[in-house]
Design a protein around this ligand. Sequence first.
Ligand SMILES: [Zn+2]
Length: 148
Amino acid sequence: MGVVQTFTRRRQTTIAGDVAGVIRLAFAAGEIASLWGLEGTLRASLRADLCLRGWQWAVADQTARDIVAGAHRFIGAERPSWYEGQPEHVISEGTLIERTRCACCHKPLPEDRKKFCSSICYTSHKHRLSRRRAVADDKGAEMAIRAL
Ligand SMILES: [Zn+2]
């Protein structure tokens, strides 16, 4: 077993600043649709880099996570809620994809509607979502597995 390696806080802050710059550039260039788009990739590549330098995996992973979290703090990125991450969430203006089909029955949307083709679909969808939200996490997972 090698020596446990770490960065000084100052070094870690400097690296987080560099990573923040990379995220900003990728976002400005339209390569990622959200400031979180590179989170997994950055964490994995930082971790791999540190491991290749002889760091222990767990220490490298935690350090990579801390650096990426620091970068997101630098740029003031706010993590979207779980609900905002779901396909049912209304797509905001300016994003590349626009909904063309009903979120419930998947029929093409009439021009004057943005998410549901009718109030029946809207109501039915809301009921389904509230049922899903009402179940406890593990019960929800069971439901999801059964639905597959
Ligand atoms: Zn519909």
